[in-house]
Design a protein around this ligand. Sequence first.
Ligand code: NAD
Length: 294
Amino acid sequence: MTARIIDGKAIAADVRHKVAGEVRRLATQHGVTPGLAVVVVGHNPASESYVRSKAAATVETGMRSFDHRLPETASQDELLALVKKLNADPTVHGILVQLPLPKQIDAQLVLDAIEPAKDVDGFHPVNAGRFVSGLPALAPCTPLGCIILAKTVHASLAGLEAVVIGRSNIVGKPLAQLLLVEDATVTITHSKTRDLPAVCRRADLLVAALGQPEVVRKDWIKPGATVIDVGINRVPAADGKSKLVGDVNFAEASQVAGAITPVPGGVGPMTIACLMVNTVRAACAIHGLPAPAV
Ligand code: NAD
């Protein structure tokens, strides 16, 4: 079997196109233009590249992009003061503080200071708690992206055996919650799981988010299963440079799976597309408007 490749780039472009339509509708019918503020502290090459992509997607979808830069030496109080200002700014509907933060800053304290209604990363404990309780909430972008990708393969996820590898607060746990909302039968696995390959072999839908290069092998996958690879790992390449690989051994897995996401070009582009979705959703909620059709 050769798996169908799930083209995250194309699907993300389609999601951004739908967001752009909703942004136009909000502007013409309600005079509202969603705004996303991104805060970067210091210089981290990976963060710089993410932030550029986020700003480009924000502008492309017709939203306002606000770029805030603080020096590497910025204090926690300076950053908290900026977050407070953005919380109160009516032109800002989404606030994203790019991680990692310099060591003098307590990242959790900063994330907790973001107004939950503007928490487009979906990391605030209020959003996490509301979400688990089945209340309307902003959900983290990467898990949202995984669900959209899975639904391009399965019209419904109801009743599917879904296995998630990894239990982080930003991927594994919220993804498991989203899968429950979709009525999948969900197993969360982690570094202490016994016989992980056997558990994974039960999965109709296997999501790998463990952050270890190419750990998931051919014999971990049920023939025909859908495999979503969240991992982004930089490893040495044959030419002496480096390359990005996922948590799944793609060459092997694509011989067994029914459908699979590549790395890069799978989940990665969906994370930014879903950030756009969350920003337009936040803007609607803040202005008391019905949820957008995206
Ligand atoms: P994390 O390190 O916070 O969590 C990893 C989880 O995997 C932990 O729960 C741990 O128990 C589990 N784990 C680790 N090794 C394991 C093993 N050998 N077997 C089973 N479970 C194991 O990582 P994270 O922040 O959740 O990110 C996971 C991966 O996803 C990373 O590669 C990260 O770069 C990537 N990521 C990608 C995107 C994207 O946009 N595509 C977004 C976020 C994270």
